[in-house]
Design a protein around this ligand. Structure first.
Ligand SMILES: Nc1ncnc2c1ncn2[C@@H]1O[C@H](COP(=O)(O)OP(=O)(O)OP(=O)(O)O)[C@@H](O)[C@H]1O
Ligand SMILES: Nc1ncnc2c1ncn2[C@@H]1O[C@H](COP(=O)(O)OP(=O)(O)OP(=O)(O)O)[C@@H](O)[C@H]1O
Ligand SMILES: [Mg+2]
Ligand SMILES: [Mg+2]
Lengths: 226, 226
């Protein structure tokens, strides 16, 4: 489903030495796999997710998504592909501050299924325990509630590929566990799930563990979860 | 140092039943104490921190900070008091997006000690492992790096009262531990530290554990950490 070959990405800041956020990344993720991405703060995990989620382009190497080279595509083509296939939970949520939780969750459906938009959005919010917060705007929600709205929005479209960048950082263990079950259930139903996490409880539930340090993949192991 | 008596805070949203974010909160924190605040997502922890940090006023009850009633004060008086005495690490960071990490950390010093501003800011950034990111703007930093800039900014003024709202949610365990050591060191030097956290490793290092559920303190226990 996903194939990164020799992918690199660097940032140049003034005359400081360049920051190599990703270096020589080779990564293959098959349809229906579930993997955890772990590594120190600043090691390149979100950068990797942004490349996979078609939000950012690598400076080097190439990216094939479902067999098609996406490195060369236009901004519009990428946006359409992204909206159809990928559900992205951002590390910093990126909710629209003046829209309610339900309106935020409806956003991905604007392009697809307007008829049942409200109903799907409400159901997605219930799945993350926020059925009674549908009309609250982000400023009227707790940190962990905003995080859950971001999760609901990523899943409402039932995407084939789920990219979750630290989805439980603001959640207590009980809610964290329910979010993890949600991802495991999607995996069970055949979705491809990639979760960046600093939470060992989350990481150990994935069947594969990709460890990133300083922009490189230092290990990529199947784990024996069950 | 801190005394909350029968503090309450509610939010009214249209004709939905009011959200009682805080109810009948009685809390005393002595100078030099260190406590962890734990509880489910949405239970009222950040609301409590905002009241303690003079960012929000309770609807009921009163708040004494160092023996002075602060419930009745003006906005300006509160701002001055807050800047002098309190270092606040926000759950969602609130960094200025167009200022560099160093400039963000310097902000509290604008009111106090401009002569050594840059030097203090750089040292605070080094203490959280970001000495080499001083000139990056928040958009050029990872999530965990932004969190650490927020921590550095809260501590640069050497405040008497440190309020940290989920300071390690975006950090790997190694960096998390170093931040925790930082807080423990400040506590050892006599500062009063209150940390909201979902991380059990952090919570267990505090000498006291305050458990909040549905806006109420359900337990408040000394823990035997050492
Ligand atoms: N626009 C930019 N310009 C310069 N450096 C950048 C830029 N964006 C990111 N970086 C740097 O790239 C590195 C990787 O960032 P990334 O966000 O991928 O880290 P991460 O592994 O997700 O970290 P965290 O666990 O803290 O979220 C960081 O060291 C960061 O400072
Ligand atoms: N302006 C507001 N209007 C209505 N409800 C609000 C408002 N602000 C917060 N709330 C509600 O108050 C409750 C407490 O919020 P608070 O941010 O204190 O929770 P928290 O314990 O910090 O949660 P988390 O662990 O998720 O950060 C939440 O249920 C939230 O939905
Ligand atoms: Mg990240
Ligand atoms: Mg909170």
């Amino acid at each position: 489903m996903i194939r990164l070959a020799d992918v690199g990405k660097s940032y140049q800041k003034g005359d400081a030495p360049p920051v190599h956020a990703l270096r020589q990344i080779d990564l293959e993720l098959g349809q229906g796999e579930m993997a955890a991405v772990v590594g120190p703060s600043g090691s390149g995990k979100s950068t990797l997710m942004n490349v996979l989620g078609l939000l950012d382009r690598p400076d080097q190497g190439c990216y094939q998504l479902e067999g098609q080279d996406v490195s060369g595509r236009s901004g519009d083509e990428l946006a359409a592909l992204r909206n159809r296939k990928i559900g992205f939970v951002f590390q910093s949520f990126y909710l629209l501050p003046r829209a309610t939780a339900a309106e935020n969750v409806e956003l991905p459906l604007l392009y697809r299924d307007r008829s049942q938009m409200r109903r799907h959005a409400l159901r997605a919010l219930e799945e993350v325990g926020l059925g009674d917060r549908a009309d609250h705007r982000p400023g009227e929600l707790s940190g962990g509630q905003r995080q859950r709205v971001a999760i609901a929005r990523a899943l409402v479209n039932d995407p084939q590929l789920i990219l979750a960048d630290e989805p439980t950082g603001n959640l207590d263990s009980a809610v964290s566990e329910s979010i993890l079950s949600l991802f495991l259930e999607l995996h069970r139903r055949g979705r491809t799930v990639l979760v960046v996490t600093h939470d060992e409880e989350v990481a150990r539930c994935a069947e594969r563990r990709i460890h990133i340090v300083d922009g490189r993949i230092v290990s990529d192991q199947r784990t024996d979860t069950r």
